[in-house]
Design a protein around this ligand. Structure first.
Ligand SMILES: [Ca+2]
Ligand SMILES: [Ca+2]
Length: 703
């Protein structure tokens, strides 16, 4: 009897300790302080989180690794271990009182698949932290064939390969997961014969893209502003790093505004779940790869937005982040395999951070330690660096992005921090996407210096990874930096406006330079109007962006004259006036805009009206002349119309370089010039005409 009591006490103490450990873990999770070390999630007791930018700060001591072995162990497994410590009668008695087992949620990634996507073959990952003892997986169905299964490297995961190519009608089947104890658990899985008809035609045009941070654009559904169960609750529009309540429904409700402006594609910062305790409104710290963040809406909201956009001829670009996840991603808090994340010894420190030097990926003289530091370092302390070379992870990521494309019908992918992923693995991943959805438009974000480094990633360039990535284009940082130089230095041979010319002269590097995504600003830079430094410079830059070569991308709010500096980045992610019911005015309507806002709106709308009236001119080539005494110009052509853009980057009034303009005007029967209010007016260009400093002209030459 005494023995039994002693064992009972041991069990009780173990239970209490395990519950305390679980509570510690929950507390640490709440405080958003953890990272992965070896096979374990290491929860930190304290750190000095810098509230101003949310990125910096040293993490303090970690919990005793010996205890972590138990902390990481699912409680159900701890109970099983308890069996071996005591006699089965006592343990069985204790189990009766156990309220814990079986509470964890089961997930299946992806939850469904299509018979005609990758020939209907898919590998799914079924996970439940309580399942440390999976013995078998079965699927008894005539049309869905289970080809094989295997356990994950760490407990509570099982990979299952399914073949659904023979599915004749949409169906939901049950995958049965057997465990050591208890009955089989049924996990539903959906299969459909063919992909949904939710796509536009192949992406051949060069639409004007419009970048939106959905949390900051418009609040279409106040009911999702505060979602129970999320670590960050509620909204605070006075705090730049808090959530503001904008959502997918808000974007959906402003599609007519975007169409009226002339936008042809919407790229939103990531819409997947970002469940961190703070500062995850931006979407780049994914915590569930298969879920729309509930603060932004539901999967149905995302599909409805895409459908409505397509109805207006507007394409949707999905922002994909394969380089890093949020540290609280559900497959990191319940890890599949320790090798999925690049491990660094000790606590997080600056040594663990990536060196951000993108050029090393193509540098023939690089030291390997720099490449490893770049590739494997963490983008941020809350963003563990993912090891895309791991075959399981690479397949998981590829399947995941195909699922989004198929399910939602998105038209394109913007791939975040593309160079930071391991290059061979990233090329394999994007090649897989290009093979499955060849009609889509896929471009990398690669903050590199120089056109050649950009081109090394674009399919068809013939060097670097340019034969295998499947990428249509890249974000054009080379042009972006040259434009900064132009407004800073003005007239110049190789600098200033000369730098813009030199960048464009290197377009021979790309199979189709029109597919480079040009931009003046985005959510990580100063807003263009602030960067340009004067209204004239900013207007000229916008004309060069929207009339120039490439697929231009506007950052939301530029059309209203937003002019903040990225000091820090929260300041360039402000709310659109009128996006919230409580706003005093609605700048989405002409009546709600100030006169100054209307000036910017008219300018951009006028340019886009020309772009949309002559779409083939902007899909094709460009002719330009190198700057003459600070005056630069280029032309685009469609049938009997030539569209000429001129800018004087010099600090003084300059004449027109007539020997360059004469060939463009030789066959002109009429010329119109774009006015400040967005309308066109007839003009008669003359040799004696001059351009004041930093003014621009857009001419329509009818021939
Ligand atoms: Ca909302
Ligand atoms: Ca990386």
């Amino acid at each position: 009897m005494l023995t039994i009591s002693l064992v009972m006490s041991t069990v009780r103490v173990t239970v209490v300790w395990a519950q305390a450990a679980e509570a510690n873990m929950a507390a640490a999770r709440k405080e958003n302080k953890c990272f992965i070390e070896n096979r374990l999630i290491v929860w930190c007791k304290k750190d000095t989180f810098d509230k101003t930018n949310g990125n910096q700060g040293e993490i303090g001591s970690v919990l005793d690794p010996k205890k972590l072995r138990f902390m990481h162990m699912p409680l159900a497994k701890l109970w099983i271990q308890t069996f071996s410590w005591s006699n089965s009668f006592v343990a069985a008695t204790a189990l009766i009182f156990s309220p814990i087992s079986g509470l964890a949620q089961t997930t299946i990634d992806p939850p469904h698949w299509w018979g005609d996507l990758e020939e209907g073959r898919v590998e799914v990952l079924i996970s439940n932290p309580d399942w440390a003892d999976i013995t078998e997986v079965r699927c008894q169905d005539e049309e869905v064939v289970l080809e094989g299964w295997r356990e994950g490297a760490l407990p509570g995961h099982v990979w299952v390969v399914l073949d659904v190519h023979g599915v004749t009608c949409p169906r939901e089947v049950e995958l049965k997961v057997f465990r050591n104890r208890g009955k089989a658990v049924r996990v539903p899985f959906g299969a459909t014969p063919s992909l949904p008809q939710n796509r536009l035609d192949a992406w051949h045009e060069s639409p004007t893209m419009y970048l939106i941070m959905p949390d900051r654009f418009a609040n279409g559904n106040a009911r999702n502003d505060d979602v129970a169960g999320m670590l960050e609750r509620g909204v605070d529009r006075t705090e730049m790093y808090a959530r503001h309540g904008g959502d997918l429904q808000g974007v959906n409700g402003r599609l007519d505004y975007l169409r009226d402006l002339g936008v042809g594609a919407v790229w939103m910062t990531p819409v997947v779940e970002n469940d961190l305790a703070k500062t995850s409104y931006h979407g780049y710290a994914c915590t569930d790869s298969y879920r729309v963040d509930p603060r932004l809406g539901t999967l149905e909201d995302y599909k409805a937005l895409t459908r409505e956009a397509h109805n207006r001829g507007i394409r949707i670009v999905h922002d994909w982040v394969p380089n890093h996840w949020g540290n609280l991603h559900r497959l990191l808090t319940h890890p599949v395999d320790s090798a999925w994340v690049h491990q660094w010894a000790g606590d997080f420190s600056e040594a663990k951070r990536t060196n951000y030097r993108s050029g090393v990926v193509v540098d023939p003289h690089r030291q390997e330690v720099d490449l490893a530091g770049f590739n494997n370092g963490w983008f941020d302390r809350m963003m563990p660096d993912m090891n895309q070379l791991h075959p399981d992870l690479q397949r998981y990521m590829g399947t995941n992005i195909l699922w989004w494309m198929a399910e939602v019908g998105v038209d394109g992918l913007r791939i975040d921090t593309y160079t930071y992923g391991q290059q061979d693995a990233m090329a394999a991943l994007t090649r897989r996407v290009a093979d499955a959805f060849p009609e889509s438009f896929m471009f990398s974000e690669a903050w590199v210096y120089g056109s050649a480094k950009q081109a090394a990633l674009v399919e068809g360039s013939g060097f670097g990874w340019g034969d295998v990535t499947g990428l249509d284009g890249a974000v054009d940082f080379a042009w972006h930096f040259a434009m900064q130089e132009a407004v800073e230095q003005g007239e110049g041979w190789e600098h200033g406006i000369g730098a813009v010319y030199e960048v464009l002269a290197e377009d021979f590097l790309y199979p189709d330079p029109q597919k480079l995504v040009t931009f003046l600003d985005n959510h990580d830079t100063h807003r263009w109007i602030a960067e340009a430094g004067s209204e004239d410079k900013a207007l000229a830059g916008l004309a060069m962006l929207l009339m120039g070569r490439g697929t231009p991308c506007l950052y939301y709010g530029t059309e209203l004259g937003f002019d903040t500096r990225c000091e820090p980045d929260g300041k360039v992610r402000q709310d659109m006036p009128g996006g919230w019911a409580e706003d005093q005015r609605d700048a989405f309507t002409a009546e709600g805009r100030t006169a100054d806002e209307q000036l910017w709106f008219d300018h951009i709308q006028g340019l886009l009206r020309i772009r949309n009236a002559y779409p083939r001119a902007f899909q094709g080539g460009m002719e330009h002349f190198f700057p003459k005494r600070g005056v630069y110009g280029f032309s685009r052509e469609q049938d009997d119309v030539r569209i000429v853009t001129l800018v004087n980057a010099a600090a003084e009034e300059r004449g027109l370089p007539w020997s360059n303009l004469a060939p463009w005007l030789a066959d002109a029967i009429a010329v119109e010039a774009l006015q400040a209010d967005g309308t066109l007016a007839p003009i008669s260009p003359r040799n004696s005409d001059t351009l004041p400093p930093w003014t621009h002209r857009v001419w329509l030459i009818h021939k």
